[in-house]
Design a protein around this ligand. Structure first.
Ligand SMILES: Cc1cc2nc3c(=O)[nH]c(=O)nc-3n(C[C@H](O)[C@H](O)[C@H](O)COP(=O)(O)OP(=O)(O)OC[C@H]3O[C@@H](n4cnc5c(N)ncnc54)[C@H](O)[C@@H]3O)c2cc1C
Length: 472
């Protein structure tokens, strides 16, 4: 065993693999794989996943040394080949000066491109990043056990490789079409109810919105592409976003959740203080690369995110509010139908035991994710758009038991009632039975992985159990 211990961003996953490699190029990677034949291999990206997706106990390969980006012109379009370890922000830095950008972005740009697509990383108003990948080069073993690089460019293999949780082999590079850089207009507005927020979607297709806990009103971040020039006050706006929202608001959350640990103060802050920290109706146009990301990685936290189709969004949010109130101590918050469902799923005991144990202390972000052409990303195979409902906790590592219980309950309950799927890269308490029911294409995914990786060496215990349904 090495003495090297890995931990993820959230500090909730720790592992000490038997051996760690950091190859600097593809030839060295193949040579390492040759030496590791028959052993379980896991590649880590930037370890921003909260789930067990990146956990590896035998051979762990860290590919951040592979970070080249190349651009090729093809009939007026630009084809990008990015090595797996390249961070999204590096990609943006290369594409930006050429007047280009990536087709889809999450809230941060710290992830490696291979890690980001492997869990279906998404933003709002578009499909996930996985959906836009048209070529994946993977290092795998051939029929005689020799490591080779294989190019995947279509069919079910591509749909599997676009979001594969590392189970299709070692991704060495991905290829996609860049899109021309564009600008986004944004402003915040406050709403009393969900219908009014959703009604604005046509006007602001890239919008995301926040259900403010304990105030139970919505703040929408209206966004749309625009041909207008960058606002002259955009730099001032960036400073405001950084100081007031990225730092100020998050310091308040951190202080309330970690230091004060007071439910009363948390409820007061969300009802009266945080809504005032957001300036409403200030319209600002800025480059999409600036406007769509935030510095969400400044403070350690943990997150669970549920994807539900549009037609079940309202009911899902109603149940979320009931559960949050109950976890905060309001016993009568649960509707009879919710209690019945919790009893049927044997969750009532867990819910009762945690009544009064957890006060939610972060805006519940809701983002629209359009259908993905993949096999198992969270937005795969849906005819309608999904909404990703996010639950973030800033509690200390040792104080997260009730949040984890909440995540388990919300995952099982919304999964059962509305077919909701948890994000693969966030707290993901799925069971094999649930995966079977929630992902109609999971068998095709398993078969496709099995053809490429007959011995199953590119799976960890969690993926083997949850995705491949094998008990250890
Ligand atoms: C602060 C923060 C904000 C976030 N915001 C968003 C967001 O807005 N939207 C969203 O959808 N998600 C978001 N996430 C989740 C994050 O995008 C995903 O968890 C993503 O997978 C992390 O990428 P990574 O490079 O850290 O990969 P890791 O977490 O290290 O790995 C993720 C998976 O990719 C596999 N992998 C990595 N590299 C390779 C490779 N070369 N070959 C094969 N498999 C590989 C790993 O084995 C693992 O299964 C956020 C996470 C954090 C911490």
């Amino acid at each position: 065993m090495t003495s090297e211990t890995f931990s993820n961003f959230g500090g909730n996953q720790w592992f000490q693999p038997n051996v760690v490699y950091r190859p600097r190029d593809e030839a060295e990677l193949l040579e390492i794989m040759g030496r590791s034949r028959g052993r379980a291999i896991r590649v880590v990206g930037r370890l921003h996943s909260w789930s067990e997706a990146a956990v590896g106990n035998d051979v762990v390969i860290d590919l951040r040394g592979l970070c080249d980006v190349s651009l090729e012109q093809h009939e007026g379009r630009v084809w990008v080949t990015a090595s797996c370890g390249c961070q999204i922000k590096t990609l943006q830095a290369v594409l930006g000066p050429a007047g280009l950008t990536v087709p889809s972005l999450g809230l941060i740009n710290e992830q490696s491109i291979a890690g980001a697509i492997s869990t279906g990383t998404h933003g709002s108003g578009r499909p996930s990043m996985s959906n836009f990948i048209d070529e994946v080069r993977v290092a795998v073993y051939d029929a005689s056990g020799v490591p080779v690089i294989r190019t995947i460019g279509g069919g079910d293999e591509l749909r599997a490789a676009r979001c594969s949780l590392g189970a299709m082999g070692v991704i060495v590079s991905v290829g996609f079409w860049a899109r021309a850089a564009y600008r986004v207009e944004e402003h915040f507005r406050q709403y009393e109810n969900l219908d009014r927020v959703l009604a604005k979607e046509e006007e602001y297709p890239l919008q995301q919105f926040f259900l403010m806990p304990w105030w139970w009103k919505y703040i929408a971040q209206h966004r749309r592409e625009t041909a207008e020039p960058r606002s002259w006050w955009a730099s001032l706006y960036r400073l405001y976003v950084f100081l007031q929202l990225d730092v100020g608001l998050h310091l308040l959350v951190w202080f309330v959740a970690r230091l004060l640990r007071s439910a009363t103060v948390a409820r007061f802050a969300y009802k009266y203080v945080t809504p005032c920290m957001v300036i409403k109706n200030w319209r600002v146009v800025d480059d999409a690369d600036q406007q769509l990301v935030m510095e969400h990685e400044l403070f350690q936290h943990i997150e669970c995110e549920m994807f539900v189709v549009r037609s079940r969004l309202r009911e899902s949010l109603e149940i979320v509010v009931q559960l949050l109130k109950h976890f905060d101590g309001e016993r009568e918050a649960l509707a009879d139908s919710t209690r019945d469902a919790l009893r049927r799923l044997n969750l009532m005991e867990d819910v009762e035991a945690n009544c009064g144990m957890y006060t939610h202390h972060y805006p519940i972000c809701v983002r629209r994710v359009l259908p993905d052409d993949t096999l198992i990303s969270m937005a795969a195979g849906n005819a309608e758009a999904c909404y990703a409902i996010s639950f973030i906790s800033y509690e200390r590592r040792g104080d997260r038991a009730a949040f984890m219980a909440f995540s388990r309950v919300v995952c099982r309950l919304l999964g059962d009632l509305f077919g909701a799927r948890p994000h693969w890269g966030k707290v993901c308490p799925l069971t094999a039975d649930e995966v079977e029911r929630l992902y109609p294409a999971v068998q095709t995914f398993r078969d496709t992985c099995g053809e490429i990786d007959r011995a199953g060496v590119f799976r960890n215990e969690w993926i083997e159990r949850v995705v491949f349904g094998k008990s250890s």
